[in-house]
Structure formats: C-alpha cells, structure tokens
Design a protein around this ligand. Structure first.
Ligand SMILES: [Zn+2]
Ligand SMILES: [Zn+2]
Length: 77
C-alpha cells in the first residue's frame, strides 16, 4: 500500500479517500480529518459531522453560524 500523505506512515491497512476528483491515501481517520475536514470559521474546530456551509464559510453548528451573523442556519437535530 501507499504511504499516508499526511504523516508518511507506510501502513498495510491504509485507505483511499476520493474527494473533489482527487484520490488521497491515509493510514487513519485522524490523518484524513487533518487533511480534508473543513475548519469552523468561528471557533476553529475541525468539522467531522455535517456542519453548515454558507457564503463559502464553514461552521460546526448553527450556534457558530449565528455568532458570525448567519441567523438563517438551524441545526437539523
Ligand atoms: Zn497518517
Ligand atoms: Zn464552531
């Protein structure tokens, strides 16, 4: 298998993730999240759930969207 493109670990259980037409190789979900997960534009945490996207900005939840003035977003849960 190929080496993880984030940490370089050559791991025989590495997996591929196809995103936006490119194929990425990772040895762990932690590395995949490090590379692919968007970052909340308010609190800076990595968004591993569905999150919200508006005006090209990502938010981890409706609370962070509201802090930035996007009051139209609501959590679906
Ligand atoms: Zn890795
Ligand atoms: Zn947030």
């Amino acid at each position: 298998m190929a080496a993880c493109e984030v940490c370089g670990n050559d791991y025989d259980m590495a997996f591929e993730v196809r995103a936006a037409g490119a194929v990425h190789v990772f040895d762990s979900f932690e590395c995949a999240a490090h590379k692919l997960a968007p970052i909340c534009d308010n609190c800076g945490c990595r968004i591993l759930g569905h999150g919200h996207e508006t005006d090209g900005m990502f938010f981890c939840g409706a609370h962070c969207a509201r802090v930035k003035g996007y009051t139209n977003l609501v959590d679906h849960s």
